[in-house]
Design a protein. Structure first.
Ligand SMILES: [Zn+2]
Length: 225
């Protein structure tokens, strides 16, 4: 069993099950208020192989996400894929060819890379929202793509949508889930049973996507920050 930092969160609500979340730096256990430490300990022992595996995966993914130095050859996340930074000798622009992101020497820095990602998100996210909304018949007003720290998306009662650009670092399925989540808020401005039944209708694997965001939020939020 690997050594890790353990955080136990007792839920004040009527939570009945224990859930385990693994990040690169710690294991977070969410448990019902009256659950004994002994029971949590037993569960962690039973799940130790799975926890070890998740810790390795989380650490590996984190090292991919956090380049110490921006230089040619490093791997970067983009729509759930890994892209490689390469030199662009042909033009003065950023060019994405397959999984190679070609950039001129002049732009080989964090700020330029950040701007590129942000511009990509401003194109990709609204296009994706428009497509999903028209497929399922949702009507919204405006869309903004921001670098918000606390939320992946939001929906106002004026039917305006906000999304965090960092969603383009995650797999498309996860981005689509957040889009569907916010579009469903256009008719259900809450997280009621009706809301979730609407979400599951359009995104059957939404629980996996939520889990992905839970596990990877620090990684996504700290990228190029
Ligand atoms: Zn919501």
């Amino acid at each position: 069993m690997a050594a890790y930092q353990l955080e136990i969160v007792r839920s004040a609500k009527r939570k009945k099950t224990i859930s385990i979340r693994v990040t690169a730096s710690k294991v977070i256990v969410q448990a019902p208020k009256d659950c004994s430490n002994q029971r949590i300990k037993e569960l962690l022992t039973t799940k130790s192989a799975w926890i070890d595996q998740q810790l390795i995966l989380a650490k590996k993914a984190e090292s991919n996400y956090l380049p110490d130095v921006i230089k040619y050859g490093i791997s970067l996340p983009f729509l759930g894929e890994t892209i490689t930074l390469k030199e662009n000798n042909q033009s003065l622009a950023f060019t994405l060819i397959g999984t190679d992101l070609l950039i001129p020497q002049h732009y080989l820095n964090q700020e330029s890379l950040y701007n590129w990602y942000y511009q990509q998100a401003k194109k990709i996210i609204p296009t994706r929202v428009a497509k999903i909304a028209s497929t399922h018949g949702f009507l919204y007003n405006n869309i903004q793509v921001k670098d918000q720290k606390k939320r992946w998306g939001s929906c106002s009662n004026k039917k305006n949508l906000n999304f965090c650009w960092r969603l383009i670092l995650a797999p498309i399925e996860v981005l689509d889930y957040v889009i569907i989540h916010e579009l469903c808020h256009l008719s259900e401005m809450n997280h009621s049973k009706q809301f979730w039944s609407l979400v599951v209708k359009y995104c059957p694997r939404y629980k996996d996507c939520r889990e992905y965001l839970n596990v990877n939020s620090i990684k996504l939020q700290s990228f190029l920050r």
